[in-house]
Design a protein around this ligand. Structure first.
Ligand code: RAM
Length: 369
């Protein structure tokens, strides 16, 4: 079941310096501040037993050499997760750590559990996980923490009691509300729409969807109706079929929001080759490289995301700061994330990368990821 394991050096070689510069500069320049804040956290349900109280932080502690960290994404064959993890591995190379990515080929929590257990046996210094379920991974993560391993969630949170830090790509509230505003703009504030999500238990997607539903209660959206939330499981084929199913079941559908890079590209591909092209709007969260074709051929007008490389890089540095004792995960503590600069830990151990960014025909060619 070991699908992928990379050492930091090889990953660094895979990422060209030109690309790093372009992506980093492009998004930072357009996106405003990228520093920590205390905005709303992704919800994480049932609490688990708390780990031992951490020692106090020493912000002046140097980053230890030879730190061993492992990234456990939702699934390994998702281009988005690959970008994030490669950048985290690159961060570890900068501070002379050892990093790898391991994980399942399906986005399920049960598959992640065996990886957590193996990483614990290997005595990694930190496990970084994009949780497929807030609670299902909690017991094993607590086991890891009881052995002194630091746990950092990124992309999709686990219950806050079973991790030290959550590196959130953007404020969950801002992501959710802005998705509704974007769709409203595209369909003239009127009509039926559906959400094509990832897996049914994904913490990040579900938190965004809750904020979308709340946003919809505002008077300006009274003529928009959410008819269905479908789940493509971050599987390309299933997402493609779910898109087809939605369009057949709801003939008046005006738009689809897919807040997942796998879902939006599959939905765009389906619509692009169907009679719905130009009639049904597809938007959501996607990577520019997966969406370029559909923006150019007029299927998609705009969509959003953040810089996934910066997310992985920040998570990699956050893990090192925890392992080195610079931070403990408490609100208000600060650490420096290499080229990204200083971040402050917000409420509930959450660190926010920055605001989401909107891509359209006018800017998509400035990005290559
Ligand atoms: C998919 C995953 C991931 C999410 C992005 C936007 O790749 O579901 O968790 O953050 O989309």
């Amino acid at each position: 079941m070991l699908i992928s394991s990379r050492r930091s050096t090889s990953a660094t070689a895979l990422i060209g310096p030109v690309l790093i510069g372009l992506v980093s500069i492009g998004l930072t320049a357009c996106g405003g501040t990228t520093k920590g804040s205390t905005a709303a956290s992704q919800s994480a349900a049932a609490p688990a037993p708390a780990a031992a109280a951490p020692a106090s932080a020493n912000p002046d502690a140097p980053i230890k050499e030879g730190i061993k960290i492992a990234f456990l994404p939702k699934q390994i064959n998702n281009p988005y997760e690959t970008i994030v993890d490669k950048a985290g591995i690159e961060a570890a190379a900068e501070y002379k750590g050892e990093a790898k990515e391991v994980g399942p080929s399906d986005a399920s929590a049960s598959s992640q559990v065996s990886y957590i257990n193996t990483l614990t046996q290997q005595r990694q210094d930190a496990i970084l996980i994009a949780a497929n379920d807030a609670n299902a991974v909690c017991g094993p993560l607590q086991q890891a923490r009881s052995k002194g391993i630091k746990v950092v969630t990124y992309d999709s949170d686990a219950s806050k009691d079973c991790r030290d830090l959550f590196i959130n790509q953007a404020s969950s509230e801002e992501v959710g509300r802005s998705q509704i505003a974007m769709l409203s703009d595209l369909i003239g504030g009127k009509g039926e729409f559906a959400i094509l999500s990832a897996t049914a238990n994904a913490t990040n997607q579900n938190t965004w969807i809750e904020f979308m539903k709340d946003e919809l209660t505002k008077p300006e959206y009274k003529d928009m109706k959410l008819v269905k939330v479908a789940y493509g499981d971050d599987d390309d084929q299933k997402s493609f079929q779910e898109t087809q199913g939605l369009l057949q079941a709801y003939p008046d559908l005006k738009g689809i929001i897919a807040p997942t890079t796998v879902g939006i590209s599959a939905a765009a591909r389906y619509v692009s080759g169907s009679k719905y092209k130009g009639k049904v709007v597809v938007t959501g969260l996607g990577t520019p490289n997966q969406m370029r074709e559909y923006v150019k051929n007029g299927t998609v007008e705009k969509f959003a995301l953040w810089n996934p490389k910066d997310l992985g890089y920040l998570a990699g540095y956050a893990a090192a700061a925890l392992v080195s004792g610079q931070i403990t995960g408490a609100e208000g503590e600060k650490f420096t994330a290499g080229r990204l600069g200083e971040y402050t830990i917000g409420k509930d151990g959450e660190v926010i990368l920055g605001p989401p960014f909107t891509f359209d025909a006018g800017n998509i060619d400035e990005f290559d990821f």
